[in-house]
Ligand binder design. Structure first.
Ligand code: IMP
Ligand code: MG
Length: 189
């Protein structure tokens, strides 16, 4: 029997792990903390595409101090849910970061391989500081010594989608973070 694609992405979700309201409250709180801690500094938010797109766009509007933004795209996973450990920069920053306070905005720290690589790559460019801000932290799967400086939610070892996070490029548009139904892993592409 062939599986028909769902009309609405929400139909493929088994469980909402973090609701829209919970995310909204947490992001506002994080924005407030970042605004206080970076006051008077030249803050550059670096969005790691594409997963952090949604988080970054909400977060930056909860930060009240002057800031600039830039984007980077890297791969560590390919199309699979298992990390290869290989990190490649697909799109680099547009601006130099020497002397600036860089805050990397990422959707999730899983193995930590991506951020471990990125932090050291960016530190080589002599910024005033490099810190990490993530929406989600999955500490059970850590392989590299990465601890986010700002984190929204610690989650169990489950593959999650929504609020920017994808499975095979789908589900980024869900307004919450959830766990897909089992049949999603078996869909043909
Ligand atoms: P790490 O290098 O293993 O920490 O992986 C980081 C990247 O893997 C994230 O930026 C995500 O794009 C992806 N990733 C890790 N866990 C999940 C998940 O549960 N759902 C969706 N993407 C994930
Ligand atoms: Mg991804």
């Amino acid at each position: 029997m062939s599986v028909q694609p769902s009309t609405h992405v929400i139909d493929d979700i088994q469980e909402v792990l973090i609701s829209k309201e919970q995310i909204e409250a947490k992001v506002a709180e994080m924005g407030g903390i970042i605004s206080r801690e970076y006051e008077g500094r030249d803050l550059l938010l670096v969005c790691i595409l594409k997963g952090a797109l949604v988080f970054m766009s909400d977060l930056m509007r909860c930060i009240s101090i002057p800031l600039s933004i830039d984007t980077m795209a890297v791969t560590s996973y390919g199309a699979s849910t298992v990390s290869s450990g290989v990190v490649k920069i697909i799109k680099d920053l547009d601006v130099p970061i020497e002397g600036r306070h860089v805050l990397i905005v990422e959707d999730i720290v899983d193995t930590g391989l991506t951020l471990n690589y990125l932090v050291s790559a960016l530190k080589n460019r002599k910024p005033a500081s490099v810190k990490i801000c993530t929406l989600l932290d999955k500490p059970d799967r850590r392989k590299a010594p990465v601890t986010p400086d700002y984190n929204g939610f610690v989650i169990p070892d489950k593959f999650v989608v929504g609020y920017g996070l994808d499975y095979r490029e789908k589900y980024r548009n869900l307004p919450f973070v959830g766990v897909p139904k089992d049949y999603v892993w078996n869909e043909e592409h």
